[in-house]
Design a binder for this molecule. Structure first.
Ligand code: GLN
Length: 287
């Protein structure tokens, strides 16, 4: 097929060409469809319904540019500017991590806890606002605070709140607890902090190469931020409240020890679909 002849290029031809271009990637067909939908501003079903529809020259040029960037490894979510998470569609940009499907387990776990009707909830390192907004959409009576130390991320989170039904979340610029009012008390603190080991080979592969390293790594053992969070959280927790942490699949035992040393109780891990512990939570009983 002659891909320079833009007049002749149909949806089906453009997809076939793009899939071949991306064949060394993880998901050539899906990536091609998602990127073409972004160019055409259409739903996925449109591509299957109208395979013979021709792309305009401008659309085809834009599509080729996106496919070229994807070939270089650039994440699809950064190319389209959006990622679905929970029931929400979130804007994303390079100031923050792209929300992962596995983080929905953190949301599910939080929603399953027994909490007061209008619980005070804090999402530490909120990034796109994914966790804070998913919780707020499910529990509108909760008073949710989203904290991040990157101003651009907070702007994104606030915009995402507007885009998803004007969800009312309190956004705060702070490195973990540093700027929280000292009298803040939460019934639940939830966090997906950086936890990858700083020399991990994983950082040289796939989409993570393009994400902010500050959102991914935390010292040699990946636990630097988690240690700080577990140490400081009790100053901001109500009696009988919970701290929920997402982490790597090898880190549960270390985190359990950190919780015990700090005086938390009822510590347990939650396994993902692979049967690996990716969340650890514990309760704070003291006032
Ligand atoms: N869950 C992310 C990953 O595996 C890591 C992000 C993080 O450190 N919170 O890519």
């Amino acid at each position: 097929m002659d891909c320079e002849d833009s007049d002749a290029v149909t949806i089906a031809q453009a997809l076939a060409w793009a899939s071949a271009e991306l064949q060394d990637g993880e998901s050539p067909a899906v990536d091609s469809r998602v990127l073409l939908c972004a160019v055409l501003d259409c739903e996925r079903t449109y591509l299957f319904t109208w395979p013979d529809k021709a792309l305009s020259e401008a659309q085809y040029t834009r599509f080729k540019n996106l496919i070229a960037k994807r070939r270089e490894g650039y994440p699809v979510a950064y190319l389209t500017g959006t990622r679905d998470f929970w029931s929400l569609t979130l804007n994303v940009n390079e100031s923050t991590l792209i929300p992962r499907p596995e983080t929905e387990l953190l949301v599910e776990t939080a929603l399953a806890l027994e909490l007061p009707e209008s619980a005070c909830v804090c999402d530490l390192g909120t990034g796109t606002g994914a966790i804070a907004l998913a919780l707020k959409t499910e529990q509108p009576a909760w008073q949710v605070t989203g904290v991040d130390r990157i101003a651009e991320a907070l702007e994104l989170a606030a915009a995402n709140a507007q885009l998803n039904g004007q969800l009312e979340v309190n956004w705060l610029l702070s490195h973990w607890f540093a700027e929280l009012p000292t009298d803040s008390r939460f019934d639940l603190i939830v966090t997906n902090p950086p936890y990858v080991e700083s020399d991990s080979e994983y950082l040289q592969q796939g989409d993570v190469r393009f994400e902010p390293v500050s959102a991914l790594t935390a010292g040699a053992d990946g636990l630097e931020d988690i240690r700080e969070i577990i140490q400081s959280a009790p100053d901001f927790l109500s009696p009988d409240s919970w701290l929920l942490i997402e982490h790597g699949y090898t880190q549960h035992e270390s985190i359990k020890t950190l919780f015990a040393e700090r005086g938390f109780s009822a510590c347990r891990g939650i396994n993902d679909l692979n049967g690996l512990p990716r969340i650890t939570l514990a309760q704070w009983h003291k006032s």
